[in-house]
Write a protein that binds this ligand. Structure first.
Ligand code: SF4
Length: 379
């Protein structure tokens, strides 16, 4: 089975914390982008020997896929249907910014086979949403959920971020409780990422005050808020199955599970990544570099190299340990040497041959996962 990822780099505004390859582009480029995306799907399938392959998950991410014109979106779906065999129970997810889902758009998505929506709610407080440049207001998430359910799409996810500017323990409690009150079967809870790739992250690292950086809660409060959410969701029957992901039984994201289990996926669109036949490759992260080769009938991707055994082992642990279920430890792998100390530190739990992060290990996952990298051997 194959997963299909479709990247749409367009947004109505750029959120200050965003480190994705998304931008505000003129609407005029949307339609050609859809045509090139459809072309890429067919070229990639031919190049990788995937024509007629069975696809069991499709995931539209971005960016904001719900900004695409209806005929452009439908054209990409038609290319997928021409190229692959869609499994009867194909999980078909679209990421959406709250406020971009009117009844007409939802009808289109449902008609195209979309059966799962992931809404970037992020917070239920307008002051927090405004501070990071989100255009929607808190009530938009709830009204989108109501409309989606009326269209028959009930497999819904809400994203929340611990660590937005102006967030307090109390405001976070309200956001989590309101998200739970919606009854959606899946929630993703992220801790604010601080790096140079976002304007807010850059400002925080520089110690400045732009983008409300001085109103970002401190690390301890962010960690407390994340842990509080983990406890509340678990108590409500929304079980943690990955560092940032929680689901009611039967509603874990099959597409994302495929990433952590190293199953094959084809990524199409700007900055999309792929994992096919033990090779990882990616598309360019600028619109010009993505579009120009496709206009000329060529794939825009970087050359792919096969993973070494060491790289494959690292991935097995690095990705697999993100899952609450953990991974089977292979005693002959070099990574086995790191396990006793991590277990003794309370960061890892070992049950027979299975190893998994503890709650504390999930909080310090970057540190723990770094222990599973192998030393680079210089020939
Ligand atoms: S809507 Fe999402 S992808 Fe777009 S700028 Fe905001 S965080 Fe980034």
């Amino acid at each position: 089975m194959l997963g299909l990822y479709l990247a749409v780099p367009f947004c109505r505004s750029k959120c200050s914390y965003c480190n994705f390859a998304s931008q505000v582009y003129p609407v005029a480029v949307y339609r050609e982008y859809c045509e090139l995306l459809a072309r890429e799907i067919e070229l990639a399938a031919a190049a990788d020997g995937l024509e007629g392959a069975a696809v069991d998950t499709i995931y539209w991410g971005g960016g904001t896929p719900t900004l695409l014109p209806a005929d452009g979106f439908a054209g990409v779906i038609a290319a997928i249907q021409r190229t692959f065999q869609l499994a009867p129970d194909c999980e078909h997810t679209v990421e959406a910014a709250p406020g971009t889902l009117n009844a007409e758009r939802l009808d289109l998505l449902a008609a195209c086979g979309v059966n799962r929506l992931s809404l970037g709610a992020q917070s239920y407080h307008d002051a927090e949403l405004r501070a990071v440049g989100r255009l929607h207001r808190a009530e938009a998430s709830d009204s989108d959920i109501t409309r989606a359910r009326a269209t028959g799409i009930r497999n819904l996810n809400l994203d929340l971020i611990a660590g937005l500017p102006h967030q307090t323990a109390e405001s976070w409690r309200i956001s989590v409780e309101r998200a739970l009150d919606t009854g959606v079967p899946h929630l993703s809870v992220y801790m604010l990422e601080v790096d140079d790739d976002s304007r807010l992250g850059h400002e925080l690292l520089a110690g400045g005050e732009r983008y409300h950086a001085h109103f970002v809660p401190d690390d301890d409060l962010i960690a407390d808020n994340y842990e509080w959410a983990c406890d509340q969701l678990t108590a409500a029957g929304v079980q943690q199955y990955e560092i940032s992901n929680f689901a009611r039984p039967g509603f874990a994201s099959r597409h994302n599970e495929g990433y952590w289990l190293r199953q094959p996926y084809l990524g199409c669109g700007l900055d999309a990544h792929s994992f096919i036949a033990n090779r990882r490759f990616a598309n360019p992260d600028t619109l010009t570099a993505y579009c120009e080769p496709l206009r000329a009938g060529r794939l825009p991707r970087t050359p792919a190299t096969a993973l070494t055994d060491a790289a494959a082992r690292e991935e097995y642990y690095f990705l697999g340990l993100r899952r609450t279920a953990g991974v089977a430890l292979r005693e002959d792998d070099p990574q086995a040497a790191a396990v006793p100390a991590l277990v003794a530190s309370g960061l890892l739990r070992r049950t027979g041959s299975n190893i998994a992060l503890t709650a504390r290990g999930r909080m310090l996952s970057n540190r723990v996962l770094a222990e599973f990298l192998e030393p680079v051997v210089v020939p």
